[in-house]
Design a protein. Structure first.
Length: 169
């Protein structure tokens, strides 16, 4: 009985570790290479293609590996207000990204998470708010899942995650 329990426990732990690993299609061209980004010492990342500056960590996480703290969740209104009053790295012009900007981070050839993990470590595989309203459902806003890289929408009163952006130079 103890042996059976031990085997079940070992199998469960190994399955959990496997389930948390990013998976990428090896036959797909990888457009999200490290060279696309400049990681700055102040906790920001410059996307050299879009010229946008992103916070390296999602809201609630800090440190160079974005592993300190716990991921914050906001309603859309809270996220919008937080972004508009937020100061980070000496800048106060942080904002919610629109859906196109947020999707520019998605690594569509990967999932769990669908983002460059070297540049944006410990990104949770959940949905993130954008500033883009749903034109057909006025109480809904577009968001992006970093589990799959695909967009969807949600009611503004639900809680989702947040990664802030600002215009680069």
């Amino acid at each position: 009985m103890k042996t059976k329990l031990l085997i079940t426990l070992i199998f469960s732990i190994s399955t959990l570790n496997f389930a948390n690993a990013q998976t990428c299609n090896p036959n797909s061209p990888h457009n999200w290479s490290d060279s696309r980004y400049t990681v700055n010492a102040d906790g920001t990342v410059l996307d050299k293609i879009t010229r946008l500056i992103w916070k390296q960590c999602v809201e609630g996480l800090t440190a160079s590996d974005c592993a300190t703290g716990s991921v914050a969740k906001y309603t859309w209104k809270q996220a919008f207000e937080f972004a508009n009053s937020h100061t980070f790295a000496g800048k106060s012009d942080w904002r919610l990204p629109n859906l196109k900007e947020l999707a520019s981070l998605a690594a569509f050839d990967c999932y769990n998470p669908s983002i460059n993990e070297t540049i944006f470590p410990n990104t949770p595989t959940y949905s993130f708010w954008s500033s883009s309203p749903n034109a057909y459902l006025s109480n809904n806003v577009w968001l992006l899942s970093f589990n799959t890289g695909y967009d969807s929408y949600d009611i503004r009163s639900n809680n989702n995650r947040l990664r802030l952006v600002r215009f680069g130079q």
